[in-house]
Design a protein around this ligand. Structure first.
Ligand code: ADP
Length: 567
């Protein structure tokens, strides 16, 4: 169908053209009244308007009509082929007085076809632009989803995304996480009656999602919490909202259900709208799941931190409380043992020294506990000085030589002479080395050797089993390396790292028998880290172990001091 409006005041032309277009697919009408042209155009919305050159004010009328109608195509009926520039710029085609009827018909048919094609092209362009816009909205919404672990923000991003892509009038989002909440985002203020209706409708929608099964939450309509955001609070929705078009979707991922959303709009939704709505409702589910897990992890972490703090406090208090009576017991035993209170027979002496040995052991465990709780609370005190590692090795060797000998072990020190000085706390290093040599004595059968070695090495020359590689990677520069080598029971490779865990005792026949706190190695590790050093172990089951520690040669300050300076 093609509607043709012919503007002319020449009767013979009007009759002639009426005859030409007196057949399908044309609908022909005409206007010779200058005042009525605009109204006729507006009412009939012609596809083509033909202007007779002889009409009055034709130039002005064309110009004015062009601003009134954007869809009509303009054709000019000219007397000869010369047309003024002022007219050419407004028209799409022209006809001449001499043209045969057939040529007029085919010119108009071509024009009509071109106009329809252009219209279709512009519709396609508009659809493409709409789709592109939506894709952009979906893209930016999903980027926002990916960047957040906050459930409230995620729901906001979802609603914003829906607003940008579908421009809704009202959304009702029911979130069932923790306490159920109904989030309303609307253009206008919601009346109390409407709010009650929305609540009821949302709860029924929610229940319908679970068919015969019980929903995970019971929702009490009376007490349902509502969060409302209104764009134009001066206006108010009425009950006609339920004549609006609507879409509904659950927000869920597999078995995880986070809620549901319903969206209302005055104009009908298209199938593209439905796809976009579903995509956004589905896309928000995965980040909501991550946010839930993240929240759970954070809560568990907080609980664990609190427990860890309580445990450290408990250990610190209990060890302090144990130390005082233990010191009193030790002093009393020493007095009895000195026979100042009377002589003790041989079997009494045996039990007394057993008691003294166990008091000594208990004091060791309590000291370890206290040290660990001080280190973990950042309260361990260090006295750093320029010192020589030989003095530490000498001290430990002379202290434990007798103990080793008593067990039939040979404690040897094979040192590299003239090692450079290090900046360290001598007492803490003695504590580390004493622990390593005591362990070697504990876990080595009689008749074997225990050797303390020391040498200078560059970080890249240091070698350790794979499980310690990360610790060694942190080192750089020159180090003094001390090694305690024994020919004892050894540690299986799978247990190497665990030996440095708090309270760890590797399962073997000796560990239980010889006893211990399981704190010596973790304390040594922390003390060495405070020296910007490292500790590691190389061992072979039933052959023996080599425990190494490395201390930086040029370190002027320790990690700990650095942090103190920074703070
Ligand atoms: P403990 O007080 O139990 O010795 P440590 O932290 O010093 O605590 O050692 C942890 C565990 O590592 C020990 O119980 C033992 O199983 C193992 N271990 C430590 N040193 C040696 C060693 N030289 N030979 C074999 N096993 C060892």
């Amino acid at each position: 169908m093609g509607k043709i409006l012919f503007i002319s005041n020449r009767l013979e032309k009007i009759q002639h053209y009426a005859k030409i277009f007196d057949k399908k697919p044309y609908e022909f009408f005409t206007s010779s009244d200058e005042g009525a042209i605009f109204e006729i155009t507006e009412i009939n919305n012609p596809d083509i308007i033909i202007f007779d050159h002889a009409f009055v004010n034709v130039k002005q009328i064309i110009k004015k009509l062009k601003s009134v109608t954007t869809s009509s195509s303009f054709v000019f009926l000219t007397q000869n082929t010369v047309i003024e520039n002022d007219i050419i710029k407004y028209i799409n085609a022209f006809l001449t007085e001499e043209m045969s009827d057939e040529l007029v018909l085919s010119t108009i048919a071509v024009n009509l076809k071109t106009k329809n094609m252009l219209e279709r092209l512009s519709d396609t362009n508009k659809n493409l632009a709409d789709s592109l816009y939506r894709l952009n909205v979906l893209y930016s919404t999903s980027s926002q989803f990916a960047g957040s672990l906050d459930k409230g923000k995620l729901i906001n991003y979802m609603v914003e995304g829906l607003d940008k892509s579908l421009s809704f009038d009202l959304t009702c989002t029911l979130c069932t996480e923790d306490e159920p909440v109904l989030i309303l985002n609307s253009l206008y203020e919601i009346s109390d009656e409407l709010l009650s209706a929305i609540k009821l409708r949302t709860v029924l929608n929610y229940k319908s999602l679970f068919e015969d099964k019980n929903p995970p939450f019971e929702i009490d309509i009376e007490n349902l919490k509502v969060i409302k955001t209104v764009k134009y609070p001066a206006n108010r929705f009425t009950f006609t909202i339920f004549q609006y078009d609507n879409m509904f979707a659950p927000i869920s991922l597999g078995d995880n259900f986070f809620g549901c959303i319903e969206i209302f709009k005055e104009a009908p939704f298209t199938s593209d709208d439905a796809t976009c709505f579903q995509t956004i409702a589905q896309q928000v589910s995965l980040p909501l799941k991550s946010a839930t897990l993240y929240q759970e992890i954070m809560e568990t972490n907080l609980k664990l931190e609190k427990l860890e703090r309580l445990k450290s406090e408990f250990i610190s208090i209990v060890s302090h409380e144990l130390r005082t009576p233990l010191t009193a017991i030790k002093n009393s035993l020493d007095i009895i043992s000195s026979e100042r209170c009377g002589t003790i027979n041989e079997s009494g002496q045996k039990f007394l020294s057993m008691a003294q040995r166990n008091v000594q052991r208990l004091a060791g465990i309590i000291n370890d506990l206290l040290d660990l709780s001080k280190i973990e609370a950042g309260k361990m005190e260090y006295h750093f000085t320029n010192m020589n590692i030989h003095s530490v090795i000498d001290y430990v060797k002379s202290t434990l030589f007798g103990v080793a000998k008593e067990k039939g072990l040979n404690l040897i020190a094979e040192e590299t002479l003239n090692l450079p000085e290090i900046y360290a706390d001598a007492q803490r290093l003695e504590q580390v080395l004493t622990n390593l040599v005591s362990n070697a004595i504990k876990f080595t059968p009689e008749g074997k050797n225990i050797i303390i070695r020391s040498h200078l090495a560059k970080a890249e020359q240091l070698n350790a089993p794979d499980c310690f590689k990360d610790d060694l990677k942190k080192l750089n520069g020159e180090y003094i390396v001390v090694c305690v080598e024994d020919e004892g029971i050894g540690i299986a490779e799978k247990d190497l790292l665990r030996a440095f865990d708090k309270f760890a005792q590797i399962e073997n026949s000796l560990s239980r028998k010889v006893g211990g706190s399981g704190l010596g190695l973790p304390i040594a590790k922390q003390l060495l880290e405070a020296h910007s050093g490292a500790i590691w172990c190389d061992s072979e089951l039933n052959k023996g172990s080599k425990f190494y520690f490395a201390l930086p040669v040029n370190a002027v300050t320790s990690n700990l001091e650095k942090s103190l300076i920074l703070n």
